[in-house]
Design a protein around this ligand. Structure first.
Ligand code: PMT
Length: 404
């Protein structure tokens, strides 16, 4: 999945505060083996310097459309032909308008017109600018011409507003580039996922349950499908639509979830336990609604099966990934769970804090495996899921095919 060796990326940077993130993307692309040629617009050079980008890319940055050093030999055409992909990060509203109208009034816009390579844009702008009819019209025109848009995400903006217009994080953009050049890193791989909460009934109207909206698990299902996997999703009670291409099985209790998982886990390659499974269930379920006769009430609970541990203990266990939801020291507790449940990887998240965790749109994860760890910073769960899937794919392929 990582391999971008020999791929030539023409990375255009336009003017916007998110331009600083392009520096990290250039570094990540280079680390993955790509050759990166940076092209800066005049506005972009107000936010990032050619010197920095030359240092991280290892190549002189191109800025001038009429640079005599290059244009004597039709340098812009040469550069347009050189690229395997043109990626504009960030793509400002102004640049997208220019591209949609076919202007060739700066080097980057000219290159976009002159290239036969695929073009991807990572838009970044104020949410109102993004939602403006003119911008949306340009987006439609660009997409109709085959130009791909990666993002934007929704969230807090540098201008203090909240909404759509945030540029995707460099790691998510790297993943998109990698997926473009090697689509379906998980082609044909069978993935079984659990998501959402379980509900353990006390009587016909009451239950014990955990907090979980299913957003994290459903985003993972979407990201696995995008990576080419065949995905089965065992979902607790959540109010979410089934992601395209996903085979969904609805359950309510931990025992039902266990049964659904065990029925399907044979022949599955990757198992991810993202569900917030209730550890205990009432020993007895009352047939009728329990009446309030006393001031106190005792409910005897019995342990639920540990689905994740059972999957990992199977003779031909799939590559098994668990989650750990903790209110303190997530990494410490997660590492203990990873070892105790004998799983290949665990994703630790802090819950009950002002940001991230259950029910929110964003989250942050620390991934732990034997001898390794990776921090996935706070971001929209959809982007986070893409990054998590990229790491899982990498670890799974390394574990199953050590020579790849
Ligand atoms: O759904 P969202 O609102 O988006 O929130 C996402 C989330 C916070 C629920 C998710 O990111 C998460 O952390 N899921 C796991 C929650 C949890 O139950 O963690 P745990 O530490 O209690 O369990 C550890 C692991 O064992 C989990 O992979 C869990 O699925 C699994 N488990 C736990 C108990 C049990 N009986 N069977 C299990 O398989």
């Amino acid at each position: 999945m990582n391999g971008l060796a020999g791929k030539r990326i023409l990375l255009g940077i336009t003017g916007g505060i998110a331009a600083y993130k392009a520096i990290e993307l250039v570094r990540l692309l280079g680390k993955s083996g790509a050759e990166v040629q940076v092209v800066l617009t005049g506005a972009a050079s107000q936010f990032v310097t050619p010197m920095t980008l030359q240092a991280v890319s290892g190549r002189p940055v191109r800025q001038d459309q009429f640079d005599p050093a290059h244009e004597a030999a039709m340098g812009h055409i040469e550069l347009a032909r050189w690229a395997d992909m043109v990626l504009v990060v960030p793509a400002s509203a102004g640049f997208m308008a220019r591209l949609a109208s076919g202007f060739a009034d700066n080097l980057l816009a000219t290159l976009c017109l002159a290239t036969a390579a695929p073009i991807a844009l990572a838009p970044a702008m104020n949410q109102q600018m993004w939602q403006n009819a003119a911008t949306q019209d340009n987006v439609m025109r660009l997409q109709q011409r085959g130009i791909v848009l990666w993002g934007p995400a929704s969230g807090d903006q540098a201008c203090g507003e909240t909404g759509p217009g945030r540029m995707l994080e460099p790691e998510a953009l790297l993943y998109r580039v990698q997926s473009h050049f090697s689509p379906g890193a998980l082609d044909g791989v069978r993935v079984l996922l659990t998501a959402g909460p379980t509900r353990e009934p006390l009587d016909p109207v009451r239950f014990i349950g955990n907090r979980s909206s299913g957003k994290m698990g459903f985003s993972l299902a979407t990201a696995f499908v995008a990576a080419g996997a065949r995905v089965e999703l065992v979902a607790g009670p959540v109010a979410l639509a089934t992601p395209a291409g996903v085979d969904r099985i609805d359950v309510e209790t931990a025992c039902e979830m266990e049964q659904a998982v065990m029925d399907r886990v044979g022949g599955c390659d990757i198992f991810v336990g993202c569900a917030a499974v209730a550890d205990y269930r009432p020993e007895r379920i009352a047939n009728q609604k329990i009446k309030k006769h006393n001031d106190e009430m005792e409910i005897r609970l019995v342990r639920n099966p540990d689905i994740l541990a059972r999957v990992a203990a199977r003779p031909a266990a799939p590559f098994t990934v668990g989650f750990a939801a903790e209110t303190q020291d997530p990494e410490g507790y997660a590492e203990k769970k990873r070892i105790a449940k004998r799983i290949d990887m665990i994703a630790a998240n802090l819950v009950g804090a002002p940001e991230g965790g259950f029910e929110r749109d964003e989250n942050a994860l620390t991934l732990l495996w034997e001898g390794g760890r990776e921090q996935l910073p706070m971001s929209d769960k959809r982007q986070l899921a893409e990054r998590l899937v990229a790491v899982v794919a990498e670890r799974y392929l390394a574990a199953r095919h050590p020579s790849r």
